[in-house]
Design a protein around this ligand. Sequence first.
Ligand code: SF4
Ligand code: SF4
Length: 341
Amino acid sequence: MKDNRCLHEIALRKGTWVKFICGASNEDLTSITDLCAVYAAAGVNCIDLAADVAVINAAREGLNWAENKLGVKPWLMVSVSDGTDIHFRKAFFNPQICPKDCSRPCEKICPTNAINIKDGIVEDLCYGCGRCLPICPFQFITEKNHRLAIENFGDLISKTKPDAVEIHTAPGRIKAFENAIQSILESKVPLKRIAVSCGLEGHGISKDQLSQELWSRHQCLRRYSQKPIWQLDGRPMSSDIGVGTSRAAIKLLHNMRSIAPPGPLQLAGGTNQQTICHLDKKNEVAGIAFGGIARKLIQPFLIEAKIKNKKLIEWPEGWEQALKVAKELINPWLEKKFPQD
Ligand code: SF4
Ligand code: SF4
């Protein structure tokens, strides 16, 4: 079996890097194994996971399956945050207090069917997209912080030994960012890359201020001899809403490409099938991350497999269809074949 890990560095250089974001708060273990197997088999370079031992073990089951069957081995990346971040939250409400005659708009809007009349919100299924938060007419739904404390990063990395780590950061948090790096490096686990995820949305800063923030992270990573990936987070957790969300990621890329620090720039936040159509040139970006849209496309197969009381990897017919759908999403990037070519 060939070691294809260096292929991922080549992909970053060629601009054909693709990451699957399983979700910083996604803890639906049964779907994680299947999702990771499908996107590994489809050929992604990296799988990005919540910082949770059970989640990473579930992902490894899918990745090992794909490696044994197909010889593919994407990097396993663990996502953490150096402060409050919408990617690291879960929604909450007490179903006991809901009026009996409520039409339950919260249930209808949830993309992962995480809400039901008995449990309220099933934590493992909630990935914190926030769509239910404003929809309750009684404002019963609130958000809970759901992130690993910085001092526990090293322990998690020691236990799980990922290939790479992603740090979600925000303006004004350089000290917390450095603390996060120190905690991660306490693990002594050698990392191929440390991705830095940041955007403009919700921070009230200009592109020049974002550039300064990223340059300060660049200096910090250099001090600790770590190589970055700059994840430009256009419109966080919106890619499954509609095709128009992809414009935010492209706009951020265009704003940042001449003022960002050295290192690969990767699109995220609102990315979907349309994103590639909006690029000016083939090689203006190192790659892309797909999150909500990638999960949404495979969701019907996961539901059907569940009805059959099987994992998707144990149901050959569903597996083939799901793999076809996953490839349709990522192949234009792996091959950098633009629709107009
Ligand atoms: S709508 Fe989003 S935030 Fe609300 S329960 Fe569903 S996944 Fe969680
Ligand atoms: S919309 Fe509000 S009141 Fe109605 S079921 Fe959902 S949380 Fe309860």
